[in-house]
Design a protein around this ligand. Structure first.
Ligand code: FAD
Ligand code: DLZ
Ligand code: SF4
Length: 511
């Protein structure tokens, strides 16, 4: 009897753990397009199209490598609509002796896989996903040894472990672990020489998927008109090389910058490929280091990029699994407001929000500072219920899987975990947005005003956020200065700001 090996939609890596010791002659690989996965949240159309097309291309690649792949398409009439239902049908079809599978990327899927052995009555081996540098046990051991889980210390361990950007003596290149202070330049003026990610023309497989998604998920957010993703390993690799040549040299300088009409700037736009398994994160980091060693990119760019991947990416995954399935329900600041309707349409006269949401609808992409300091910051200041914000981020980005999205949203953007992930909330008024973008110059609001019809909403919201959460946040040493400024204001000024915020918040529609 054969071995049955289900390959999930974000496991599109030929060397995935469950395949490593398997024999192509006696194994059947199962790939499943299922309704449950396309609708457990209402994913952006382009996200669904990317995953399904990448799955179909990957199945062809696996066949070319000699594997037998049993592939279930979404619109097959017998399709049961769930992983467990499809594995049940495959068990009946192939009568396997055992199942091998690589662990899923979220608690929901983990629970399903753990139930299979009892349900099907054959041995089920769940392999750890070793495409990550840090195993569950290693992260737990790291976390157990300390009071606070700070990314910076975790990151240094990952640098030591990989040897990335270390001198021969084992010291950090450039004498410093972290060059973040050199990664905060405001944006330059927009010009035609700014790099753009490659755009890949849909082949017949992708065209089929685009038609399927357009017909079946017409009520999901997002446009398919701008679909540009790579859906094969080769094309993802092309985008990686393009990034290394064109954008990486200035990635460091402009990591936090935002420009109207430049959705991508010097970012890599590689996260969908890394997360689905089309690109290997460690090889990517070694290539980045190679560019630095060859004198082709400055240290602040190479270090900044590598920190995001072996630092932040590994760290948020560790936190997700370490904190357990209840992490997504945390709400340390007791935020209860409904998500405003313009998160779905981009229709708001706040230009920064309209642009960040608008490009999200068009491309299923926004870069980190847009996610954190525009849409995230607004949700934080306005006190939007964390679960609603989490579902939004999980739906709208092509790179979104719970293990990476949830800690970024619940922890980093919303401070809903009470400071486990970040030492203070990333709250900012209009001045920050104005410094890091060209948005405010095109906005109907005046970023310099705090009160009145034309005042930038972020300003009153910022002070209202501090006031509303004074009991919970005033003792945070990193907020001492803003609270001092707040308490220095006159009683009348404070009341006027709170009234301004209340009026704005009362006018937010949901939808
Ligand atoms: P670049 O700026 O080019 O960065 C390079 C790579 O570093 C990324 O491809 C990514 O793999 C990694 N990276 C950078 N920052 C982070 C981070 N904070 N956490 C994990 N990896 C990181 N990233 C996701 O991959 N999926 C998500 O669902 C997701 N949701 C987010 C939600 C919020 C509220 C916030 C604030 C951030 C979120 N991020 C998420 C992190 C980050 O914004 C994206 O990884 C990044 O914008 C992807 O674009 P890029 O590939 O151009 O990244
Ligand atoms: C996100 C997603 C979508 C939209 N569709 C599928 C699918 O049809 N089949 C599949 O195997 N996986 C899909 N995924 C990814 C899964 O929801 C899930 O996040 C991962 O498989 C868990 O590791
Ligand atoms: Fe955003 Fe305020 Fe600037 Fe308008 S003025 S773009 S609302 S920060």
């Amino acid at each position: 009897a054969p071995l049955l090996i289900p390959i999930l939609g974000d496991q599109l890596t030929p060397g995935i753990a469950s395949l490593r010791n398997a024999d192509p002659a006696s194994s059947i690989l199962l790939m499943m397009e299922v309704a449950d996965e396309t609708t457990y949240v209402r994913h952006h159309k382009a996200k669904i199209a990317f995953i399904l097309s990448a799955m179909r291309h990957h199945a062809d690649r696996l066949r070319a490598l000699g594997w037998t792949v049993d592939y279930v398409k979404l619109d097959q009439p017998e399709n049961s609509g769930s992983f467990t239902g499809e594995v049940a049908r495959a068990v009946a079809r192939h009568r396997p002796s055992a199942i091998h599978v690589t662990e899923g990327g979220e608690w929901r899927v983990r629970a399903m896989l753990e139930e299979w052995e009892g349900r099907f009555g054959i041995p089920v081996t769940i392999h750890e996903d070793d495409r990550f540098l840090c195993s569950h046990a290693e992260f737990d051991a790291w976390a157990a040894a300390r009071q606070q889980l700070r990314m910076e210390f975790f990151y240094r361990d990952m640098r030591r472990r990989t040897g990335l950007l270390l001198t021969e003596e084992g010291e950090p290149e450039g004498g410093q672990w972290n060059f973040d202070a050199e990664n905060r330049k405001p944006p330059p003026r927009r010009d035609l020489l700014m790099p753009q990610p490659l755009r890949f023309r849909p082949d017949p497989i992708t065209q089929d998927v685009l038609a399927l998604v357009a017909a079946r998920f017409s009520d999901h957010i997002g446009s398919l008109d701008h679909f540009h993703f790579a859906v094969t390993h080769e094309d993802a690799q092309r985008q990686q090389d393009h990034f290394l040549d064109q954008a990486l040299p200035r990635f460091g300088d402009y990591q936090d910058a935002m420009l109207t009409d430049e959705p991508f700037l010097w970012h890599s736009v590689l996260s969908p490929y890394i997360n689905a398994g089309l690109l290997d994160p460690l090889s990517l980091c070694r290539a980045v280091e190679g560019r630095y060693r060859a004198g082709r990119v400055p240290l602040n760019a190479a270090e900044g990029f590598i920190r995001q991947v072996i630092g932040w990416r590994e760290y948020v995954r560790g936190v997700y699994w370490h904190e357990g399935p209840g992490y997504g329900r945390r709400n340390a600041l007791d935020a209860k407001r409904d998500l405003p309707g313009f998160y779905w349409t981009g229709k708001t006269d706040m230009h920064c929000m309209a642009r960040a949401v608008g490009q999200t609808i068009d491309h299923a992409y926004a870069h980190h500072i847009q996610r954190l300091m525009i849409t995230g910051n607004f949700a934080l200041l306005a006190g939007i219920a964390p679960v609603q914000v989490h579902v939004w981020y999980l739906e709208v980005y092509a790179d979104a899987y719970e293990w990476v999205e949830m800690p970024n949203t619940i922890g980093m953007a919303l401070f809903a975990d009470g400071g486990l992930l970040g030492s203070k909330p990333y709250a900012a008024g209009g001045a920050y947005i104005n410094r890091m973008s060209d948005y405010c110059g095109r906005c109907r609001y005046d970023v310099k005003q705090r009160l009145g019809e034309d005042a930038c909403p972020f300003n009153a919201l910022y002070w209202d956020f501090l006031a509303r959460n004074e009991r919970k946040l005033a003792r945070n040493p990193r907020l001492a200065m803003p609270y001092r400024n707040w308490n220095r204001m006159s009683v009348e000024d404070r009341a006027a700001l709170r009234k301004q915020a209340a009026r704005f918040l009362d006018g937010l529609g949901t939808g």
